[in-house]
Ligand binder design. Sequence first.
Ligand code: AMP
Length: 217
Amino acid sequence: MEIVIFGAPGAGKGTQAKRISEVLNIPHISTGDILRSAVAAKTELGKKVEAIMAAGELVSDDLMAQLVREMLESDKVKNGFILDGYPRTVKQVEYFEKIRKELNLNNSCLLNIQVDFDVIFKRLTSRLLCINCNAIVNESDIKEENTCPVCGAKNSLIKRKDDAPEVVRRRLNVYKESTEPILEYYEKNPTLKIINVNGDQAVEKVTEEILAKLKDC
Ligand code: AMP
């Protein structure tokens, strides 16, 4: 089963993808995580994308095409995958559709996690990333100062540069302008099934809804 997890930045795609990847035993591929690792490791790719990401803009479709082809041709995804963060523009959808045809990926669905922008804005500006376990943590969930509530690591919680309020506003605009039209594309060309999920409920409830609805995929 190939799942594209879709929604605005902060809708909970990463959190849900990790959870369902464990239940279904298929890998979670996050283009954002791959790019952030490249930035941290200061690779050629990382150097190219660092400033773009910090500003909340999108990396070029050509760079993403290279990256996504490598990911989808890898052996790791031969039993399915959860793709998080791609496609993000209509041009990327066209490329993704070409790869799906070439690689015979015909059992795909798109999970659209729906959350209002004002809820997202609050979520993103108060969240932290654990650089030890990659968990996304809300400031209000931290019980012990400077300690990740998920893995217990000390001093591992950082604020993503792109979670600064002005960058969050920009990312939401980019989503509205460039990414949301993907839904229209798939409504017109239903090569994969769109499954809508209410993302404005407790994390566990969202996972339950996803797993129940995936049976129709
Ligand atoms: P995310 O963690 O998915 O919010 O991604 C963080 C950042 O990585 C985005 O704001 C973009 O700068 C970049 N990025 C991730 N995926 C893509 C993509 N498919 N196309 C263009 N840029 C991307």
